[in-house]
Unconditional design. Structure first.
Ligand SMILES: Nc1nc2c(ncn2[C@@H]2O[C@H](COP(=O)(O)OP(=O)(O)OP(=O)(O)O)[C@@H](O)[C@H]2O)c(=O)[nH]1
Ligand SMILES: [Mg+2]
Ligand SMILES: [Zn+2]
Length: 370
């Protein structure tokens, strides 16, 4: 007697049919795909394991390797390699194998700075509509870390959200939520618990209209547990956190999960450190309060350090802006400036020029170099 399919290989023939519209395939994608005449049929990358992807085709999930052109492109630039959430065109060869031929240009992409220090950045996720920063309410969240991840979310082009998990473990969830909301102006903050079911409807609504919800955050904060709750099954492995409150890095890859009733959600492994790539815009969107205050400083190039008439410093003194938030902004700004300079030689040359000019000016002024 033949049993259900076993093992990791999900064969096209045994899998159920998939509605690509539910995964976000729409007229714009269709039109884009039609410009790649004969390149293959549409599919969405659900996960990537060492050069092999699982893609969702309308016939079901299929394991696919990379076509020659894609291999070539990815060899030169890792950003051209498929990642979870990518829409692509795949071809099935007469002897069976399936290859990803082309990636469709990404609408949004979550990019973090690469540890190796190249200027490219690493693409974590593609075509996310809402990127939720998942943070547990217990132990108490690190607000500066939330700011960092929200900056990454803004820069991705997706709509950022903050999901506060494990509300059942704390008595004052809304107080913490208020603090977090202050650190993320313009961002929806949702309080959730998979134990009581609180907030799950709002989370599900984020993937409404066939949208894709991405979850990012540190290990152990409940990303996979949330997805299991949304799907209504123990689909993704979850594990208790360690006694010191840290997660165990249970999830090891990014994985797209279709939601019943349409939409999709992507689970990610717990992020350790997240370097920002070049988030000048992301940073401005994350700190609109600091940016607005900055326009009221006496000097247009005020760096809010010791300049007279600094509206930002004044706001901190008056308690309108927290010292912590300003420090967080300084830190992220230093980092993004550094990243931008590293990846942009022109900017570096300009800085050297500016510095030389300044030195020269001072020399003329003081008759010596300071
Ligand atoms: N009390 C309570 N525990 C939760 C809740 N959500 C998650 N947990 C627990 O938190 C632990 C970590 O959950 P995971 O879902 O594995 O966390 P994760 O963010 O996916 O972690 P990584 O895969 O390591 O990145 C598990 O023991 C969950 O049962 C919640 O709402 N309430
Ligand atoms: Mg997980
Ligand atoms: Zn200032």
């Amino acid at each position: 007697m033949r049993g259900p399919p076993r093992g990791p290989s999900l064969r096209r023939v045994t899998a159920p049919l998939i509605d690509l519209t539910g995964l976000g395939w729409d007229d714009d994608w269709r039109e884009l795909a039609s410009s790649y005449l004969g390149a293959g049929v549409p599919a969405r990358v659900a996960r990537v394991d060492k050069g092999l992807c699982t893609v969702m085709t309308k016939r079901g999930p299929v394991r696919a390797t990379y076509g020659a052109a894609l291999l070539d492109a990815a060899g030169g630039d890792s950003r051209a390699a498929p990642c979870a959430g990518d829409w692509c065109l795949v071809r099935t060869w007469s002897d069976g194998p399936v290859t990803v031929e082309t990636l469709l240009p990404r609408r949004t992409s979550v990019v973090r700075a690469e540890a190796s220090g190249t200027s490219h950045g690493q693409v974590l996720l593609a075509n996310i509509d809402v990127l939720a920063v998942v943070v547990a309410l217990h132990p108490a969240p690190n607000v500066s870390r939330v700011e960092r991840l929200v900056a990454l979310a803004w820069e991705s082009g997706a709509r950022p959200a903050v999901v506060l998990t494990k509300a059942d473990l704390v008595g004052d969830a809304s107080m913490v939520a208020d603090d977090v909301a202050k650190a993320a102006p313009g961002v929806d903050v949702v309080i959730c618990s998979t134990v009581t079911g609180q907030g799950l409807d709002r989370l599900r609504a984020m993937a409404g209209c066939n949208a894709t919800l991405g979850l990012i955050g540190a290990s152990g904060h409940g990303k996979s547990t949330l997805i299991n709750a949304l799907v209504g099954a123990y689909l993704l492995t979850t594990k208790d956190i360690r006694d010191d409150g840290k997660g165990r890095h249970t999830s090891v890859r990014r994985e797209l999960v279709p939601l019943p009733g349409g939409g999709a959600v992507i689970d990610t492994p717990g992020l350790r450190g997240v370097g920002l790539h070049h988030t000048a815009e992301g940073l401005a969107a994350t700190f609109p309060d600091v940016v607005a205050l900055g326009t009221r400083c006496r000097f247009s190039d005020c760096v809010h350090s010791v300049e007279p008439g600094c509206a930002v410093r004044q706001a901190v003194e008056e308690g309108a802006l927290s010292e912590r938030r300003l420090e967080s902004w300084f830190k992220l700004r230093r980092e993004t400036t550094w990243m931008a300079e590293r990846s942009d030689a022109r900017l570096r040359a300009e800085r050297v020029k500016k510095w030389k000019k300044l030195t020269q000016q001072r020399r003329t002024h003081n008759g010596s170099v300071p």
